[in-house]
Ligand binder design. Structure first.
Ligand code: FRU
Length: 420
């Protein structure tokens, strides 16, 4: 009966999805991605060692997001800004092991430049998942809503890559000495991959580079007032049955002159979306807004910026998650449309918005675009002056992006990890 109930729920969800969204899922095609190249407009300056300031010397710090108001503006709580970061203790933990023990901590700042550590955002014993991955945070009516990824399960003996979208709330108190968050412990699962619009871990058959159903990002659509979670997923379907479709190639002339390698079909990154129902616990999956089938496996931490009439959809991805026929750097990629559900076109024709410099290609990652075009990220594997590669594990200097119609340009770098 449980299986039957699940089928029925999935069935009714899909009918609702079809009724709600008419637009086709937009496609990031091989032809578009084939145009990716570093230019003066999209290449970030090299981060110098003096610019790297450990905000928590005993911790690896990586994916970071600011506490925002419901409308997406960065929140100020009695003069304080608050950021949330994935963290793991440094001692005895290599940078690659950090993902396996990630927990969310918060930091606060009055000037948005120097950050004090507040502590864990919740009691890890009560949190869902054997580790907690990226998400978003929104404050309304004095209550903090933290959306996060519950990865694996505490009950599993071995680590699994199952990912579910979760939420917990917290009270926030401030005084002259700082900010204190007290989690209410009300952790709940909001969404799981349904197998129909988003691939389940089982359907992935362990074949892709890495499976994803994660990184929930809260978004209030300023045009309609409707609220959504956008997230990273994989296009649904059994991995071994997926094929590259003509649209994944691009124009007809491109299709006629190109042949995707056998493995390309295993790359099926998608930007997912779910619409809020009655309250912040009630979300309905809709079909993906963007798919990169046969192009890229991971469209991570998707989020929006809205400017004028345009939606700007940003996502981060790695060189190693592009399909084998595409050479493109770790970077921030973006797409634009005048309607929320698309049709999305890549920014700057190819999608590339920010790349690391060629001689330091892994220096930063996990860029997130703030409402006025500031871009925050963390220092990843950078090259020291002695030519050694080191893991930064702290906030990177903030970049400023100018965005005009379907074109972007890096216009400035602040010397600080500044959240404006
Ligand atoms: C991006 C990312 C996120 C994920 C986290 C895991 O850097 O891969 O998608 O939530 O890191 O550490």
């Amino acid at each position: 009966t449980t299986a039957l109930a699940t089928t029925l729920v999935a069935g009714s969800l899909s009918t609702q999805v079809q009724a709600e969204v008419d637009e086709d899922t937009s496609v990031w095609s091989w032809e578009q991605a084939d145009k990716i190249e570093r230019t003066d407009e999209n290449t970030a300056p090299q981060i110098s060692e003096e610019e790297i300031k450990d905000i928590a010397p005993d911790l690896h710090v990586w994916d970071t997001w600011p506490l925002r108001n419901r409308d997406g503006s960065v929140a100020r709580v009695n003069g304080y800004k608050v950021i949330f970061s994935l963290t793991a203790k440094k001692e005895g933990v290599t940078p690659s092991e950090r993902h396996g023990i990630a927990k969310i901590r918060y930091f606060y700042s009055k000037d948005g430049k120097s950050w004090e550590m507040g502590g864990l955002a919740y009691d890890p014993e009560q949190a869902l998942g054997s580790r907690q991955w990226a998400g978003s945070a929104m404050i309304d009516d004095g209550k903090v809503n933290l959306f996060y990824t519950a990865t694996g399960r505490k009950s599993n003996e071995t680590k699994t890559y199952e990912q579910r979208l979760a939420k917990v709330s917290a009270d926030i108190e401030t005084n002259k000495d700082g900010v204190e968050l007290t989690s209410n412990g009300d952790h709940e699962i909001l969404l799981e991959a349904d197998g129909e619009h988003y691939q389940t871990l089982e359907q992935s058959e362990g074949k892709g580079v890495i499976y994803s159903f994660r990184d929930p990002w809260f978004f209030q659509d300023p045009k309609s007032g409707e609220e959504y979670l956008v997230f990273e997923g994989n296009s649904a379907g059994t991995a071994s049955e997926q094929t590259c479709q003509p649209a994944n190639y691009g124009s007809e002339s491109f299709q006629q002159t190109h042949d995707a390698p056998e493995d390309a079909k295993l790359y099926n990154g998608a930007v997912g979306i779910a619409k809020k129902g009655e309250d912040l616990s009630d979300w309905n999956l809709q079909k993906p807004i963007l798919e990169a089938d046969c192009v890229n496996q991971q469209l991570e931490r998707p989020h929006f910026m809205v400017k004028g009439n345009q939606y700007y959809l940003f996502t981060i991805t790695h060189k190693f998650t592009f399909a084998p026929q595409i050479t493109a750097p770790d970077g921030l990629y973006g797409f634009t449309s005048d309607s929320l559900h698309g049709d999305y076109k890549p920014l700057n024709d190819s999608g590339l918005v920010i790349a690391n410099p060629e001689n330091d290609p892994l220096q930063a990652y996990s860029w997130v675009v703030l409402p006025h075009g500031e871009v925050s990220s963390f220092v990843n594997k950078y090259n020291t002056e002695d030519g050694e590669q080191k893991f930064g594990g702290t906030l990177a200097p903030t970049l400023k992006l100018s965005v005009h119609k379907d074109e972007t340009k890096i216009v400035n770098e602040s010397k600080f990890p500044k959240i404006k």
